[in-house]
Design a protein around this ligand. Sequence first.
Ligand code: CTP
Length: 400
Amino acid sequence: MLKGKKILLGITGSIAAYKSILLVRLLVQAGAEVKVVMTPAATDFVSKLTLATLSKNKVLVELADEATWSNHVMLGRWADVMLVAPASCNTLAKMAAGICDNLLQATYLSATCPVVVSPAMDEDMWHHASTQRNLSMLREAGNAVIPVGKGELASGLYGEGRMAEPEHIIEYLEENFFRGSNLKDTLCLVTAGPTYEAIDPVRFIGNHSSGKMGIAVANELYMNGAQVHLVLGPVESSNIRSGIKVTKVNTAEEMYNACASAFPATKLAVMAAAVADYTCKEVAPCKIKKSEGHLNLELEKSKDILASLGAVKKEDQFLVGFALETNNEEENALKKLASKNADLIVLNSMRDEAAGFKKDTNKVTIFDREQKRISYEAKEKHLVAKDIVELIIQKLHAKA
Ligand code: CTP
């Protein structure tokens, strides 16, 4: 996503400038071109040499030295995004007031690209009315502000004002400026994770699904420009792109209800959840006490979400299912493709070392309606999601 993107990084005088070193490294690793402009105060905290080495570009501080004048206008035009991180209280105030007393300010004032600031300061400064007013002015002027974090501050106090972590800043840039447009505004529904079917107030029937594969697919759809609604079973919901709408559910019935109401407006649905096939006919109101002999639970079939969506699917809707198998993989996957009226089915086999619950990798084979199969190498789940979404995009474009 950041490959080939031009990021102009402004660094100001704040102890958080040490994080800019990692930020530059991560940006360069992600394939971005990085140029760094520092305020004179920033050079007290981090060295030009370190930043020049990591960014592979000369670091600029002064508007002019004896021999050259730094063309701040062209710097702002070169960049796809200007990011000021850390943005100190002083720099924020100067940006809001339009003061032009150093190269960073001159570059900001002449930048034609979007500008993002990632503030860093102590909590009292952060909450000061002047700082908050300056931030409002900067937002009104069309700049973006990355929220500060809460935690230990340079003063030793604990509170708000920490600069966002470099990984978070990168995610922010990707999500806000560099999303693709292959699925622009396409409404997508994704299910992920297990479902828990209650036995009594303290026990449930569940499975080992981590939701990682479905979340990776939701993220990938989102980064291709889609509007994504993720219906997520009871798992950890970190690593979900912030623009994704998330509906948390527990049971198969709740997942079914959420999907049934969202599906009519949906263009593309990817059902990656490991939904319980059976649910308790009756949930005991109190904890079941152990007694002599066996315990019999009466289970009834839960609704098959993928099959129900397949049954009402319209011509312009595209439906993708998953099949997790332990044996007769291909035959079972093809049966599911047909019986659930899906357009694609993604098969993963528990017999593959790289596949299975809770792992960060997967190995899939995808079948289409013509029973054409595409087998992929084992790879990390976010890369598997890329393959799946790439194929979906091809199919959607071929259909259009
Ligand atoms: N699925 C669903 N609702 C269910 C059961 C499954 O939407 N109640 C979906 C899954 O999300 C997946 C596909 O159906 O996309 C296949 O799920 P899987 O568990 O592999 O198969 P089942 O249909 O449950 O059949 P079986 O357990 O017999 O293999």
